[in-house]
Design a protein around this ligand. Structure first.
Ligand code: ADP
Ligand code: MG
Length: 262
């Protein structure tokens, strides 16, 4: 089922710098980030904890200010939050006293009732939760709650979906299921997706390209294209080679490379 109304979005980040004021000093979080993401592309971003991945996503979401450089979605400069961008976090952030359908409808303001109902129904169907419209968040498993969060982020039919370690808190099997789900949704919806993850397998399994960020201040250290057909086989020779390459890159700066641990 393809939901109509999506217009793909290309994202261009140029010369982006971001510092935080911590007590009396400036701490650089991001340094000279340049990144061009094509319409409909799936980009994975990996990097050590604290290297600025969430900061980068929040800037793209329009939730941060006080940075230099430019961030454009299509031909529009991002200067604040907007319905053209959806975001999913590690925690589902659902409102506990609202039902699943009310949570998904939450951000849909000013639409005729019938239209809201249709969009919510279609997006619950998209994430495989049609039967849970009247449930409350506490009745859902972790994976199901994240599906609702994905439906809520997509219900406004954004051009760009930002995913900040969305499966990081899920158990290993649910995580793999959710990776397959997001892949299916991306293929159906053709929304541009930017996924931050600390899971290198997840980055390779999902991404058209993997962005490797350096330690803080975060810069784009390397971009790796994943030219493997989907669905990808995590045990294939090519997949394992890429994993090895990314691990080596990841730990190149560390005193003791962990590359042989894989
Ligand atoms: P990541 O998501 O890669 O773990 P973050 O983007 O959360 O990293 O943080 C990048 C750096 O910026 C970290 O060193 C963090 O401590 C710092 N930082 C993030 N948010 C703030 C803030 N609001 N004030 C001060 N420092 C911050
Ligand atoms: Mg983070």
């Amino acid at each position: 089922m393809a939901i109509t109304g999506y217009i793909g979005g290309s994202l261009v980040v140029e010369r982006l710098n971001k510092s935080y004021q911590v007590r009396d000093s400036e701490v650089a979080a991001l340094q000279d980030i340049n990144l061009s993401i094509g319409e409909g592309e799936f980009i994975s971003i990996v990097g050590a904890s604290g290297c600025g991945k969430s900061t980068l996503l929040r800037i793209i979401a329009g939730l941060e200010n006080g940075h230099d450089g430019s961030v454009k979605l299509g031909d529009r400069r991002i200067a604040g939050p907007g319905l053209d961008r959806g975001m999913v976090f590690q925690e589902h952030r659902l409102i506990p006293w609202l039902t699943v359908e009310q949570n998904v409808a939450f951000g849909l303001n000013g639409l005729p009732h019938g239209e809201t109902e249709r969009l919510v129904r279609e997006h619950l169907e998209l994430v495989g939760l049609s039967g849970f419209a009247k449930a409350h968040p506490h009745q859902l498993s972790g994976g199901m709650a994240q599906r609702v969060a994905i439906a809520r982020a997509l219900v406004n039919q954004p051009k760009l979906l930002l995913l900040d370690e969305p499966f990081g808190a899920l158990d290993a099997l649910t995580k793999i299921q959710m990776q397959q789900e997001i892949l299916r949704i991306w293929e159906v919806e053709q929304t541009t997706m930017v996924l931050v993850t600390h899971d290198i397998d997840e980055a390779i399994y999902l991404g058209d390209r993997v962005v490797i960020m350096s330690n803080r201040p975060g810069t784009v250290k390397r971009l790796i294209s994943v030219d493997l057909p989907r669905p990808r086989d995590r045990s294939s020779f090519e997949f394992v080679q890429l994993r090895r390459e990314i691990y080596a890159e990841f730990f190149a700066e560390a005193e003791k490379p962990f590359a042989y641990a894989i």
